[in-house]
Design a protein around this ligand. Structure first.
Ligand code: KIV
Ligand code: ZN
Length: 522
């Protein structure tokens, strides 16, 4: 019997984070890396260290925590990138350098302006250097699916001879279809000497909605590593969705005869965590982790479900970590029950953070009839983002009506107990509150997007607001939740203002404000 284990290489923090609107702070990346460890992924691609100092620091912080999975960083085929990856990942006992260069005719001619032989030479030099630094080296011929098969086999042969231990085949632009990809993998298996001694990997983008199907075709044809992201986030239409590909392999085990080490009960909490961190809601009908994925509306379906769940259900909600009710704790729940639920939801809080979140939970439970998982998630997300000043929102009053302009008065307080109050008038309450915040702090932002989402069900649900603003021509995102949606929006706005002020205090305002500002485009 052949090798039936499929390694899961998660690239949420690299390819996922590269997508517009998905950038994360170092703290957020470390939090997600912990959740990926709990999910039991085999490899975490933590970033692209040469892209920016922020990327480097995040990869290093994740590697230095050394929690189990192989920690990997991405590099172009040049010594500086490779050395930076090595410096960032070497703190982890198990680490990997991932080098890539494009191989398709389109990329050779228009992007790289390099001949076929030059590309092979640069790949071989890069892999050789990476192997001097690290035993575990992955090579990716970018745009492999649009590369001539014979040339692709030549590149992969040279990569293996140079010491690559994993060869990854990317469908960079989401162009291939399952039968064609099957053919490509079988061709490589047949025509590349030594291919059975390395791990063959697949990396699919979702431009035509086939990333999961193409990844599955690749493992049937012999790939033993899948590169994917939580919620399928990534460039353009995203990457292969981790939760979908995992549940396909698990639910159709009798077909694939393959397995992964993923703890599927962590899928739902991890998906919610990532969605909350980047402020990108999961579509209701998203397979596996969408709100409707396990909801049965039609009468005929409900009737069948009552007779036996397998009539209309191919997976159990518990298998993906979805609790039956979502109705969790009440105001009489104790700290222990709260801590346990927080853990089940995929958060790893220290004692101080747990205590602070618990106090907020109690105070919210006094205001709300029912408390749900979404409330706990919102509290933790709030704490994660609003924890550092300089300014805290002490109080706010807002008035608005059909026949009058809206007015907002806010009072902010800093650590030294300095208070500042401002009032502003505008056509709506949110605009008035934002203007008052700007006058109080002296930071002027341009609002680009205001997204509101209900954290749970019920008329007393917390509103989760994500604001996207522009400052110094750079996008920034703030996130907060509160039962009062104007207050939630104001806290989200203040979160961005505080981040900018902190950078100013450190004298970095002109250098970079968000972690990805100086990022080198791949
Ligand atoms: O899509 C792609 O080709 C990539 C490579 C860098 C692996 O992300
Ligand atoms: Zn990619």
């Amino acid at each position: 019997m052949g090798n039936t284990h499929i390694k899961i290489f998660d690239t949420t923090l690299r390819d996922g984070e590269q997508a517009p609107g998905c950038s994360m702070t170092l703290r957020e990346k470390v939090r997600i890396a912990k959740a990926l460890c709990d999910l039991n992924v085999d490899i975490i691609e933590a970033g692209f260290p040469a892209a920016s100092q922020g990327d480097f620091d995040a990869v290093k912080a994740i590697a230095d925590e050394n929690r189990g999975p192989i920690i990997c960083g991405l590099a172009r085929c040049n010594p500086d990138d490779i050395q930076k990856v090595h410096a960032a990942v070497k703190g982890a006992d198990k680490h990997r350098i991932h080098v890539f260069v494009a191989t398709s005719a389109i990329h050779r001619e228009y992007k790289l302006k390099m001949a076929k032989e030059e590309i092979i030479k640069s790949a071989v030099a890069a892999i050789t250097l990476a192997r001097e630094l690290c035993d575990d080296v992955e090579f990716s011929p970018e745009d492999a699916s649009r590369t001539e098969l014979a040339y692709l086999a030549e590149v992969v042969t040279a990569a293996i001879e140079a010491g690559a231990t994993t060869v990854n085949v990317p469908d960079t632009v989401g162009y291939t279809v399952p039968s064609e990809f099957d053919n490509l993998f079988r061709y490589l298996k047949k025509n590349v000497p030594g291919i059975d001694d390395i791990t063959l990997s697949v990396h699919c983008h979702n431009d035509l909605g086939m990333a999961v199907a193409n990844s599955l075709a690749a493992i049937v044809a012999g790939a033993r590593q899948i590169e994917c992201t939580i919620n399928g986030i990534g460039e353009r239409a995203g990457n292969c969705s981790l939760e979908e590909v995992i549940m396909a392999i698990r639910t159709r085990a009798e077909y694939f005869e393959l397995e992964t080490g993923i703890d599927s009960t962590r899928l739902y909490p991890t998906a919610r965590l990532v969605a909350g961190v980047i402020g990108m809601q999961i579509p209701r009908n998203k397979a596996i982790v969408g709100e409707n994925a396990f909801a049965h509306e039609a009468g005929i379906h409900q009737h069948g479900m009552l007779q036996h769940h397998s009539t209309y259900e191919i997976m159990r909600p518990q298998d993906v970590g979805l609790s039956e009710t979502h109705l969790v704790l009440g105001k009489h729940s104790g700290r222990h029950a709260f801590r346990e639920r927080v853990k089940e939801l995929g958060f790893d809080l220290d004692e101080f953070e747990t205590n602070r979140a618990f106090l907020e939970f109690k105070s919210l439970a006094d205001k709300k009839k029912n408390m749900y998982d979404g409330d706990i998630e919102a509290i933790i997300m709030n704490a994660g983002s609003a924890s550092s000043g300089p300014w805290l929102l002490k109080s706010m009053q807002v008035s608005s009506g059909t026949d009058q302009p809206a007015t907002a008065s806010i009072t902010l307080v800093d650590e030294q107990n300095n208070e500042i109050s401002e009032t502003a008038e505008a056509s709506g309450p949110v605009e008035a509150a934002f203007q008052a915040l700007e006058s109080a702090t002296g930071v002027n932002l341009t609002l680009k997007k205001f997204e509101l989402h209900s954290a749970t069900i019920g008329d007393d649900a917390q509103g989760e607001v994500t604001v996207t603003v522009e400052y110094n021509n750079q996008p920034h995102r703030g996130h907060a939740a509160c039962v009062d949606i104007v207050e939630a929006g104001s806290r989200a706005y203040l979160e961005v203002i505080n981040r900018i002020l902190r950078r100013r205090q450190r004298g970095m305002d002109k250098v970079a404000v968000e972690p990805d500002v100086n990022r080198v485009p791949i």
